[in-house]
Design a protein around this ligand. Structure first.
Ligand code: ATP
Length: 461
């Protein structure tokens, strides 16, 4: 079900009680809701408290009954506080100059007293419709800002290794099932990007993908961030804010780092997931949003449940289907494809020739443990693209310290190495085992010394 925009009331500001009550009766008879203010101060207080569809403001008040100064000041302040609020100025008969001034100050239209009921109703209806359109656009703009901040449309998804192929086959089967997914994997292994790829492949692709880093929301802002707030709901709530659930309506809501949610927030989240509805802070109105939920975690949530730091019922609610992203060190073919992809894209970005990996450099990449996974590889390739002097990259150019996997086992198992890459790995390992003694390493590999040295030279080891 799609969240509805509320029909907003009209705020009538006039110091004449008779005018206020006449307007209330007339507006109500037209099916329009309104609130009344007897002074500019009352009107500004009402505007700070809640959202209105239109402000219908008289120009003259008791302090000064003819100049329109108080009305102009009200219009200026109201439109500064909420530039999207349509304002109608009510002027005395024949004061066109003042009406012009009011429009310059932010009013959208004006009406002369005594007013014509039909004209007033038609102006207000048009402006209410304008207000609704502005709200929809504001919502779109908020979504677009989030989407472009995440730059989600331009990133390719590389999944060449057998482990990733198997995962992608699972994703393919699930993409339209609309079930809640829990993606697990180490930091930087691609959980967020996989969630985006699943969204783009699903029937919800045209609706938004909204991501929330659950560990980054301060306790006090959790509800406002997730479910939104009405203007005036708390001291700093100057504008209505649309929560992430509502922004994701029709699309996918991605709860990143779900293991970092404090226990009290877990309870609130579970309540909404179970009940299927939520309220904006400062409003009693129950809202629903049609979202597909994807959660991600690098922590072992089952273990957290045992330790009492994650709710069991929330875990059951989130992990209808669990997808595990293997660490990069177990995805040999992806390491090389990703490295080449980053080298090409950096070359394009910095307008330089594309650097290539020597067999020894490829082997070094395959042997590295990549504790930071794809993110670490991306940074490494950016550094190399900028700093390496020559176009053919050798292991020394990569600046990889320590952290190698023994014999890049996974890549061997998967048969993803070229003969040259396999040779480099074997030679390096033999050298390491022989404590750097080349003749001993050659012997361990069953090679003559000269054949061994030829290879050392060839691979610049
Ligand atoms: N298979 C892939 N193909 C292309 N780029 C990838 C792939 N996996 C990850 N990346 C890139 O690596 C970086 C880290 O990925 P992402 O943010 O998705 O990881 P994560 O597991 O969500 O990390 P964290 O646990 O720290 O939130 C991103 O720049 C992403 O674009």
């Amino acid at each position: 079900m799609t969240a509805q925009l509320p029909a907003l009331p009209i705020l009538v500001a006039d110091d004449d009680a008779a005018v206020r009550s006449t307007l209330r009766i007339f507006l109500n008879s037209e099916g329009l809701d309104c609130e009344l203010a007897a002074s500019p101060a009352e009107a500004l207080a009402a505007l700070a408290r809640r959202e209105f569809g239109v402000l219908l403001a008289d120009m003259n008040y008791s302090r000064d009954t003819t100049s329109g100064a108080e009305g102009l000041s009200l219009i200026n302040q109201a439109s500064a506080a909420d530039p999207q609020l349509p304002i109608v100025a009510m002027t005395a008969w024949g004061s066109v100059a003042l009406a012009v001034e009011a429009m310059r100050g932010g009013a959208s239209d004006f009406i002369e007293k005594p007013w014509d009921n039909q004209r007033l109703a038609s102006i207000l209806r048009n402006l209410l419709a304008l207000r609704q359109t502005r709200q929809v656009n504001q919502r779109l703009a908020a979504r677009n800002q989030l989407l472009s901040a995440e730059g989600q449309n331009s990133r390719p998804w590389i999944a060449a290794s057998p482990a990733m192929q198997a995962l992608m086959a699972q994703v393919e089967r699930l993409k339209d099932a609309d079930v809640t997914l829990l993606i697990t994997g180490e930091n930087g292994s691609g959980k967020s990007q996989l969630a985006q790829a699943i969204h783009r492949a699903s029937a919800r692709a045209r609706a938004p993908f909204i991501s929330v880093n659950m560990g980054a929301i301060p306790d006090t802002l959790f509800e406002s961030e997730m479910f939104g707030h009405e203007k005036g709901a708390f001291t700093d709530a100057r504008q209505t804010r649309i929560g992430r659930f509502e922004l994701a309506d029709g699309g996918t809501l991605f709860l990143d780092e779900v293991g970092n949610i404090p226990l009290n927030q877990q309870a609130k989240l579970l309540q909404v997931l179970e009940g299927g509805q939520f309220e904006r802070l400062g409003s009693a109105k129950a809202r629903r949003a049609d979202v597909r939920l994807i959660a991600a975690s690098n922590a072992d949530l089952a273990q957290m449940v045992e330790l009492g730091s994650f709710r069991r019922d929330l875990l059951y609610r989130l992990n209808s289907v669990q997808l595990h992203l293997p660490p990069l060190r177990e995805r040999g073919a992806d390491i090389v494809s990703l490295a080449e992809h980053y080298l090409a894209s950096h070359a394009q970005r910095y307008q330089r020739p594309t650097k290539t990996l020597s067999p020894a450099a490829r082997a070094a990449l395959l042997q590295h443990r990549w504790p930071g996974n794809v993110r670490e590889l991306a940074h490494c390739m950016e550094r190399v693209s900028l700093l390496a002097q020559q176009e053919l990259l050798e292991p020394a150019d990569l600046g990889l310290n320590g952290g190698t996997t023994p014999l890049a086992t996974a890549a061997f198992d998967a048969g993803e190495l070229t003969l040259e890459e396999a040779e480099v790995i074997l030679i390096r390992t033999a050298l390491k085992r022989a404590g750097g003694n080349a003749p001993q390493a050659a012997q361990a590999l069953g090679l003559s010394r000269s054949a061994f040295y030829r290879r050392l030279e060839k691979y610049r080891l």
